[in-house]
Design a protein around this ligand. Structure first.
Ligand code: EPU
Length: 427
């Protein structure tokens, strides 16, 4: 199993380009199941998770082919409606095939994802949403069996809390249901807007994009489409915090700064200079008159559904705060177990205590942070360890890198190209 080895305290300079968003690619790939024909998706990141999603589509009977960042998916010959445990257990977003399969074939059998490193993550709201459209769901031998006895009919769906994949799943199930479906308290993440654009391009009628009330007027049929995946806001945010941790000045291209309102606001309070342009950032860490780097200021965050501070950037922000001046309180409200990185950050010397769903981070100087061997526990936790390693003195070695490969395309070469001393080595 590979490791990442990095030498800290090297400032970053240069330009880094952001890839397509993992969390937009996954629902858009699943959405190709809705209509037979050859779909063309652009800006598809080549990640462990997107490969898993394509593999799942293959088991259902689809055929796909990649050429650079463009992927053609032919979903004409669907043969199966079953997402097996072996695939779902490696990627819980596999449940995103439920909605399209229900819509296209009237049935689906999808393994129920278990808990994961960051929380229990049930899918009860997805299932309740399907039931409002007339779908019968039962749980049998670890599988969700969904069946439609009479034609799907639009209904009213309310989410107790906004669920990203729940909103996407119900949207996909409802686009060909008879009549009108209203989704209330829907999630508003930009990835959902990307999906809505694709579905409307296929012939669906969905209004309310970017709001928490989505209205779907069912259509008789859909057709294959060409769509482009939006830039990965979490990857862009990770590079912003990397330069905050390491110092220097970088340009981040192919991104969408307007998708990161909360992070940019917080990083400016932290003391970083960030210029947001239409599709790029120029970000730097202040340098004092004598050339040394100024100390960042501690700032509090609370994770919230979009446009609040994203939970997927919480771990990386904490990695920045370990070297800030003062005390930062990081409150996680989305997932109940998303502090697995804390124990690893402590191995570098970070002073963090956990109090329920809050982490209290007492900043120490960069000189006191010392590289160490650490273990990645989930995707975003891994990114936080890279950021912490960039600011610590000495060498940090991160094991279980496969977590990173699930969601960051070419992270190591991209960081190396802007000056990080980082390599991936066989363990
Ligand atoms: N929830 C329920 N019941 C449900 C669905 C969700 O109780 O049926 C709860 C969850 O346990 C959580 C909250 O609702 O407390 C919100 O979870 P949500 O459903 O929005 O999460 P998700 O759709 O499973 C997506 C991303 C995650 C990201 C979250 C929150 C994808 C493929 N995954 O997950 O991404 O953290 O939204 O923004 O879009 C990541 O990329 O590292 C990642 C974990």
């Amino acid at each position: 199993m590979d490791k990442i080895r990095l030498q800290g305290m090297r400032p970053l300079y240069g330009t880094v380009a952001v890839s397509g968003a993992k969390n937009a690619a996954l629902p858009l790939i699943a959405a190709t199941l809705l209509a037979p024909g050859t779909h063309i998706l652009h800006n598809v990141p080549d990640l462990r998770d997107t490969r898993t999603m394509f593999k799942l589509l293959e088991t259902l009977g689809a055929v796909w082919q990649r050429s650079g960042t463009t992927v053609q998916v032919d979903t004409t010959g669907l043969m199966s409606s079953e997402a097996p445990y072996d695939l779902v257990k490696t990627m819980r977003a596999s449940v995103l095939v439920l909605g399209p399969l229900i819509s296209r074939t009237g049935r689906a059998r999808v393994s129920l994802p278990g808990g994961c490193a960051i929380g229990a993550r049930p899918i009860d709201m997805h299932l309740r949403g399907f039931e409002q459209l007339g779908v019968q769901t039962v749980l049998e031998k670890g599988y969700v069996e969904a069946r439609v006895e009479s034609p799907l009919t639009g209904g009213s769906v309310y989410f107790d809390v906004p669920s990203v994949t729940g909103t996407e799943n119900v949207l996909m199930a409802s686009v060909q249901a008879k009549g009108e479906t209203v989704i209330k308290n829907a999630a508003k993440e930009p990835e959902i807007g990307n999906l809505i654009d694709m579905l409307n391009g296929m012939g669906a009628h969905i209004s309310g994009k970017d709001t928490d009330r989505l209205v779907v007027t069912g259509v008789e049929s859909l057709h294959a489409v060409e769509a482009t995946i939006i830039p990965d806001r979490i990857e862009a945010g990770t590079y912003l915090m990397a330069v905050g941790a390491a110092g220097g000045e970088i340009t981040i291209t192919n991104c969408c700064p307007e998708h990161l309102p909360a992070l940019v606001e917080k990083l400016r309070l932290v003391g970083m200079d960030i210029e947001a342009r239409e599709d790029s950032f120029i970000a730097s860490c202040p340098v004092a008159a004598d050339g040394s780097r100024c100390r960042l200021k501690a700032v509090n965050i609370t994770t919230m559904p979009y446009p609040g501070f994203p939970t997927d950037l919480q771990a990386q922000f904490m990695a920045l705060m370990i070297q800030a001046e003062g005390v930062s309180i990081i409150h996680e409200t989305i997932f109940e177990n998303r502090f697995m990185h804390v124990a690893e950050l402590q191995r570098l010397g970070a002073q963090i205590t956990i109090d329920g769903s809050s982490a209290v981070v007492k900043g120490i100087s960069r000189e006191q942070l010392c590289g160490a061997a650490v273990m990645a526990t989930d995707l975003r936790a891994s990114a936080s360890l890279v950021i912490a390693g960039l600011s610590a003195s000495g060498v940090t070695e991160i094991s279980r890198v496969y977590h990173l490969e699930r969601g960051y395309e070419n992270l190591v070469p991209k960081l190396r190209a802007i000056g990080a001393e980082i390599e991936q080595v066989a363990a």
